[in-house]
Every structure is written in structure tokens, then in C-alpha cells.
Design a protein around this ligand. Structure first.
Ligand SMILES: Cc1cc2nc3c(=O)[nH]c(=O)nc-3n(C[C@H](O)[C@H](O)[C@H](O)COP(=O)(O)OP(=O)(O)OC[C@H]3O[C@@H](n4cnc5c(N)ncnc54)[C@H](O)[C@@H]3O)c2cc1C
Length: 462
């Protein structure tokens, strides 16, 4: 079927606002958030119901045109960007954004894939509940994108990755079937847990249309503190002390290098509450019981006494809490103002963090003089954003290889939370054991034999 015939079919399936074909309307769907990838969609389909999603998938399949699922376009690996063939159909879930139900007894939410994460968080909060997925892109990222990338964020330490919040899922598969698994059950061992195949598969196996998410009680007391620590070893000692003292309340334990915060104060005009230090940690804890603040202050006194931290501050108000988090969340923007950066979103087992950082700093310094290291991350999860600000003309692939080889030496992963998309396919094939790649290809062929969904993302196109 020709492209124009497919467009005519899609127009017949969708309402007046359901199909974009004008170049100006297609433009925002043709590039990713970082501006690394660009492509040319044939058109953008905007269905309103799961039945319409199914009909679009069937029409594209019959016409032999690939489908690229699209959420809030905040992904950092180019997964939602079509190629430049002008043949791929972008399928945006943005018009399927309803919050269908919140169950305050079971603490669950049934929410359509196009709902913006922040809207879902606010709806939970209005019922005194917490949707514990939080990341700096929450004002734009959509539930379908969040689940399809198995997003992490800053409170994985306590609540797990997005995957761990999903009780039920509805998907449309490559044969157009609607698989309705919107169960509100914590316990369900009746056969394969097939929803896990789609979560984190970055739109390569099926279209997520709706989900049932497990909410959590909203902690009534919160403490946020920032500590200066001499090195990464000391940061791990503070983490251990915090786990022992207030471990069940720890939401976040973030590591930031002094160099990263220096960029923040230079480019974002934000003031650091502590004197310069090689490293800092940001800790957040929450509890419904009183006494958390006293316990956190005792922890601070203990680690200062032992010399594991050299200085520290506990936020006295919500405004101060926000100011401390602003430092952490401004690092990426400050980095982009400093110059071109080559980013690595890696994880290693927590005890390996100091050795990995030392080895990577040494290897990068030796092989690429003039590179500025900007390291920070969710250290309580073993996840380091090991970003390198590089001189013009630096070879990004060579830098990737140096860093990722060390990640493998230390038993880590080359993508902790940002996925593979089209950005890391080559590095995935290079770094992952071949039986794992063979298994992944088998799953892809079983669920999407014609390679309809997101070809060339996560794995090479079939
Ligand atoms: C400032 C900033 C901070 C960030 N911080 C974090 C962080 O802390 N942790 C983290 O994990 N990520 C982070 N990210 C990355 C990003 O926010 C997440 O990957 C997010 O989950 C993407 O959601 P989205 O709706 O924007 O998806 P998109 O970018 O639109 O799509 C992402 C992938 O999911 C697929 N997809 C989208 N919707 C569907 C669907 N309904 N069905 C099937 N496939 C679908 C797409 O094809 C693509 O492969 C950050 C991004 C930014 C810009």
C-alpha cells in the first residue's frame, strides 16, 4: 500500500484531530529532547481509545509501515524519534490521558498511557496517597513512556523502578490484539507475568495503553539534608550509617561531585549552603511517624564525629528543601551551559563505586586530556551519571568505549535508567553477553515477527 493510501485509511479510522500530516505539525515529533536524533515521520496518529490504537496498528501492519510509539518525548536515548525514511508512523498516546480510577483502600490508580506523570502524582496526592515515581522530567513525561522505559528517578532506593509499581497493564500487540490485564491485584501468579515483557522494552514489543499502578501512603514528615564528604568511600560509609539509623525511611541518597556543584553555582546562580568539598551527598527521608528529624540530626552528628562527613546542613523549611534539590536537579542544565558533553548513565554494584570512579577518572584523564569530569547520581542505587565535558572534536564513541569497558570490569550496566533507544544499540551489542542478545532477539521475533514496532531501537532492525 502506498503512503498516501495508508494516510487515507488512517484518516478514516480517526476523528478530525486524530491525524497530523502537515510538516509544521510533524516537526516536534521529528527530534528528541537532547537534539541528538532527528527523523521524518510520515504522519502522527493520535487515537482516543484502545480500539483506535488497535485499528491504527493493524492498518500500519497491513501497509508495511513501522510504528514509533511516542509519549512526552523526554527520553534520553532517542527511542521515540522516527528514522528519516519518511515512512514511519508516529503513534502518540497524548489524547488517552484519563485517570480512570483511584482506589483508596487498595491504594491503586488506573491511568491511561498519555497521562502526564505530574498530573497522576497530583491526583494521588489529592487522595492523601503518593505515586512514588519522581524525576526532573515529570511535568512532561507520560505514563506510557515512563513504563516503556522502566524509568528510575530519585526515590528508587525506597520505592523501586517504575516496573515495581505496576500491578496491571493493557497493551496492543503487533497483530492488533488488545490484551486487557488491568487487574488491581498485588498477588497474581496465574501464569506468566507477561506485563514485564512490555515494561522497559521501549516500544519495541507493543503499545502500552493503560496501567494499574500501586500507590503508597503519603509520608507526613520529611527531612532533607546535605553533607560534605571527602571522597566516595566516605559517601558509602554515610550511606551505610543512614541505612542503619533511618533505613526504612530513606527516599533518596544522591552523590554530587564538588566539580558538578561548582558548575551549578557558576551557570545557574544557585548558592551552595556548604563550603567547597570534593563530594556532597543529598539525603531525603520520609515517615508518617514523628521523630524523624531527631533521628536524622543524630545521624548527622554521628557521621561528623567519625569524620565521614566534614560538614552538613538539615533543611529547616520546605523552601530550603526545594533549594537543596534545585542544586541536584540543575546539574544537567549547568553541564550543557559549560559545553558539549558525552553522557554515561551507568550502574555498578554499590561497593564498587569508589573503585569505578577512581579507575574511570584515571583512564579518561590519560586518554583524553582536557576533558572535564561531571559525576553525580543516585548512588544509593549504584547509578552514576558519569558525564564528560569535552573539547570540540572529541571522539564520543572512543570515550564511551573507555568508560563502558570499565563499567563491565566492575560488574555494571551501561544503561542504568535511560534505556537503549537508538543511542546505545552498538554499545549494548558490544557489552552484553551474546546469549542475552540471542534471547532478546527471540522475544522480539515472537512478539513482533515483522519488526513493526520501533525498528532499530534497543536491538538492530529485524
Ligand atoms: C530533565 C530530564 C530528567 C530526567 N530524569 C530521569 C531520571 O531521573 N530517571 C529516568 O529514568 N529517566 C529520566 N529522564 C528520561 C525520561 O524522562 C524518561 O525516560 C521517561 O520515562 C520518558 O517518558 P516519555 O513519556 O517522555 O517517553 P518518550 O520519550 O516519548 O518515549 C520513551 C520511549 O518509550 C516508548 N514509548 C512511549 N510511550 C509508549 C507507549 N505508550 N507504549 C509503548 N512504548 C512507548 C518510545 O517509543 C520510546 O522508546 C529524564 C529526562 C529529562 C529530559
Amino acid at each position: 500500500m502506498s503512503a498516501s493510501a495508508l494516510i487515507a485509511v488512517l484518516k478514516g479510522l480517526l476523528d478530525q484531530r486524530g491525524l497530523l500530516t502537515e510538516p509544521a505539525d510533524l516537526e516536534p515529533y521529528g527530534h528528541d529532547w537532547r537534539g541528538l536524533f532527528s527523523g521524518r515521520p510520515l504522519c502522527v496518529a493520535l487515537p482516543r481509545t484502545v480500539e483506535e490504537v488497535s485499528a491504527v496498528v493493524l492498518a500500519c501492519s497491513a501497509a508495511g509501515h513501522a510504528v514509533v510509539p511516542h509519549g512526552g518525548n523526554t527520553g534520553l536515548s532517542g527511542g521515540a524519534t522516527p528514522d528519516d525514511s519518511g515512512r514511519q508512523v508516529v503513534l502518540s498516546l497524548s489524547r488517552m490521558a484519563a485517570i480512570r480510577k483511584i482506589d483508596v483502600y487498595g491504594e491503586t490508580m488506573e491511568v491511561e498511557a498519555g497521562c502526564i506523570l505530574q498530573t497522576a502524582q497530583e491526583a494521588a496526592q489529592a487522595q492523601g496517597l503518593l505515586l512514588p515515581i519522581t524525576l526532573a522530567a515529570e511535568g512532561s513525561a507520560r505514563i506510557g513512556g515512563i513504563l516503556s522505559t522502566n524509568a528510575g528517578g530519585s526515590n528508587v532506593l525506597r520505592y523501586g523502578m517504575a516496573r515495581s509499581r505496576v500491578l496491571g497493564l493493557e497493551v496492543v500487540t503487533a497483530d492488533g490484539a488488545i490484551v486487557r490485564g488491568l487487574r488491581h491485584l498485588r498477588k497474581d501468579n496465574a501464569g506468566y507475568d507477561w506485563k514485564q515483557w512490555f515494561i522497559g522494552s521501549e516500544g519495541t514489543l507493543g503499545i502500552v495503553t493503560c496501567a494499574v499502578l500501586q500507590l503508597a501512603p503519603m509520608p507526613r514528615h520529611r527531612v532533607t539534608a546535605m553533607l560534605a564528604v571527602p571522597d566516595a568511600d566516605a559517601a558509602l560509609k554515610v550511606l551505610r550509617a543512614a541505612r542503619q539509623a533511618i533505613g526504612d525511611t530513606l527516599n533518596a541518597f544522591e552523590l554530587m561531585s564538588g566539580a558538578a556543584l561548582e558548575l551549578v553555582s557558576r551557570h545557574q546562580q544557585l548558592r551552595l549552603p556548604l563550603a567547597h568539598s570534593p563530594w556532597f551527598v543529598l539525603i531525603e527521608a520520609g515517615s508518617s511517624l514523628p521523630g524523624l528529624r531527631d533521628a536524622a540530626e543524630a545521624l548527622l552528628a554521628e557521621v561528623l564525629e567519625r569524620g565521614e562527613a566534614s560538614d552538613g546542613v538539615v533543611a529547616e523549611s520546605e523552601r530550603q528543601e526545594a533549594e537543596l534539590w534545585a542544586l541536584r536537579e540543575s546539574i544537567t542544565e549547568a553541564e550543557s551551559k559549560q559545553g558539549r558533553s558525552v553522557k554515561h548513565d551507568v550502574s555498578v554494584p554499590i561497593p564498587e563505586i569508589p573503585a569505578f570512579l577512581a579507575a574511570a577518572d584515571e583512564a579518561v584523564g590519560r586518554a583524553f586530556p582536557g576533558t572535564r569530569i561531571n559525576a553525580f547520581g543516585h548512588v544509593g542505587d549504584g547509578n552514576i551519571h558519569y558525564n564528560l565535558i569535552v573539547p570540540d572534536g572529541a571522539d564520543g564513541s572512543a570515550l564511551n568505549a573507555v568508560v563502558h569497558d570499565l563499567v563491565m570490569v566492575h560488574g555494571g550496566s551501561i544503561s542504568a535508567e535511560h534505556g537503549v533507544g537508538q543511542y546505545r544499540v552498538g554499545e549494548l551489542l558490544r557489552c552484553k553477553a551474546s546469549p542475552e542478545i540471542v534471547l532478546a532477539n527471540r522475544v522480539k521475533r515472537a512478539l513482533d515477527p515483522a519488526g513493526l514496532f520501533n525498528p532499530g531501537k534497543v536491538l538492530p532492525a529485524l
